[in-house]
Design a protein around this ligand. Structure first.
Ligand code: ATP
Ligand code: MN
Length: 480
């Protein structure tokens, strides 16, 4: 057996000395021909491996370059140096993989996030991305734990779908037909998708919700957690073309139950990260503070990352209706002084991200749940309210991020649902399977979608969504 190593995180946490251990990892630095800072990705803290002078060949020492992968065996001893309790006094060193120091793209210095994005295949080996992706892992685990502990079923909804009725965004087409113009055509010149792989036009999914609803009408409580795709040409710090979404769907929940579930869920996963990723969050908080110092006073955050997260888990989210929000925005000095790019003039228009951020960051200074939006700016499946003008929708807005959750109570009344579909020109034949749930044992139900990367952004404080997913896909970029 080759792998009898101990992880550096464990070794450092144990703080015991005087035993033999083997570690493996990547050299971060090699100082004075004596001290290797070794990292294996289990923590940002490097293990100091001490190479006693004269005990190894010069030829071997020359290969201890930044980026090289090594195996080190030796005695764990109490450290004489500052910064660590124990270190490893090497008795055997083996180079597992050389790294040409001249060519290795990561030098032991600070690199910009933009540069690191260009070498995303290597950025895992930096402290920042080490922390980000360990936190991302924890959050993903916490998502499953939260729902599992509540008795939800994890449902795998299809990635390839034929329904384009949901209208959540532009879709990516899936086809095996040739794209050189020789694809079979209908009489009117359009592509004949009957000849395509699935015998119809298909796309990558934008949401698993409609399928989720079908399963909720049997298991009561389900959630999905999978990739979703949107071909929207949004070059923002909050949009990806491929992102992961979590979508619980719960039978017998109304809008208020839905809000309670979403708030409890968000607090739970953040608390999980606080409890399990202290070291990484401290590192990210410090990184953010340094970044903040570069900004003008007025743009600096009032709370550091740890304080912000503590604040969110310890305080109720602010709940108000769309109508109340419009009033606040309309009356705000910001609006009166025409500081919004899109001025708020009246009821009915969709909120832009500048409005959402004003509410969350300037007015309430905490996460906000907005409810009961005008029906015309929301999807067909949202439940019509008594007023006939608004639907039982809810969006959760988070400081620094904007919309993190979009959800609603669903329209379970067949007549109301089909009437709404007709108004919105959504062909009922294509969604017959969906309408069946309203024909056979319909019940009140509600659910929401939470963008996983936006959550990871919020918890890690990373400013750009492209830095919280290992290999981001966005317009003109699908490398690696
Ligand atoms: P936005 O207005 O920010 O584009 P949306 O209204 O299109 O969001 P929904 O269709 O409600 O979003 O999707 C549910 C959740 O998925 C959002 O609240 C958000 O957290 C996330 N989300 C939506 N689009 C993207 C995207 N392109 N990249 C990453 N996350 C996204
Ligand atoms: Mn969108």
């Amino acid at each position: 057996m080759f792998n009898k190593r101990v992880k550096i995180k464990e070794l450092l946490a144990k703080e015991e000395a005087n035993y033999e251990a083997t570690v493996m990892g990547w050299v971060r630095t090699f100082r004075n021909n004596q001290f290797i800072a070794l990292n294996d990705g289990s923590t940002n803290n490097n293990l100091q491996v001490v190479v006693a002078l004269g005990s190894f060949d010069d030829a071997l020492l020359k290969r201890l370059t930044t980026g090289a992968c090594i195996k080190a065996t030796g005695e764990v001893i109490a450290s004489l140096g500052k910064g660590q309790k124990v270190e490893l006094k090497a008795t055997a060193l083996e180079i597992l993989g050389d790294s040409d120091a001249e060519k290795f793209p990561l030098q032991p210095k600070k690199h910009s996030l933009e540069f690191l994005r260009e070498i995303a295949h290597m950025r895992f080996r930096t402290n920042t991305f080490g922390s980000v992706f360990r936190v991302r892992h924890s959050l993903a685990y916490a998502v499953h734990k939260f729902f599992h502990d509540k008795g939800f079923i994890y449902l795998h909804t299809p990635i390839i779908t034929a329904s384009d009725a949901e209208g959540a965004g532009e879709m990516f087409r899936v086809t095996t037909l040739p794209v050189d113009g020789t694809a079979p055509k209908n009489e009117d010149g359009t592509t004949n998708f009957k000849e395509d792989f699935f015998g119809r036009s298909t796309n990558l999914t934008v949401s698993g919700q409609l399928e989720g609803e079908l399963a909720a009408m049997a298991f009561s409580d389900i959630y999905t957690f999978g990739p979703t795709f949107r071909a929207e040409n949004s070059n923002t710090t909050r949009h990806l073309a491929e992102f992961w979404m979590i979508e619980p769907e719960v039978a017998f929940n109304d809008l208020e139950d839905n809000m309670n579930l979403a708030e409890e869920f968000i607090k739970y996963v953040i608390r999980f990260a606080i409890e399990n990723n202290k070291e990484d969050l401290d590192f990210l908080a410090q990184r953010l503070e340094e970044e903040d110092k570069q900004k003008p006073q007025a743009e600096r955050s009032e709370m550091n990352l740890r304080e912000k997260l503590d604040f969110v888990v310890n305080n109720d989210f602010e709940r108000l209706t769309y109508t109340e929000a419009i009033e606040i925005l309309k009356e705000s000095n910001h609006n009166k002084k025409k500081k919004f790019q899109y001025l708020i003039e009246g009821w009915g228009t969709d909120l832009q991200s500048e409005h959402e951020r004003y509410l969350v960051e300037k007015h309430f200074k905490k996460p906000v749940i907005l409810t009961n939006y005008p029906k015309d700016i929301k999807s067909f499946y949202m439940r019509m309210n008594e007023d006939g003008k608004t639907v039982a929708a809810m969006d959760i807005l988070a400081p620094g991020i904007g919309e993190i959750v979009g959800g609603s109570q669903r329209e379970e009344r067949l007549d109301k649902l089909t009437a709404r579909m007709q108004e919105m020109n959504i062909p009922a034949e294509e969604l017959n399977w969906y309408l069946d749930t309203r024909r056979f044992g319909a019940c009140p139900h509600a659910g929401f979608g939470l963008g996983f990367e936006r959550l990871v952004q919020f918890v890690t404080g990373m400013g750009n969504i492209r830095d919280v997913i290992p290999f981001p896909r966005y317009p003109k970029s699908a490398e690696f």
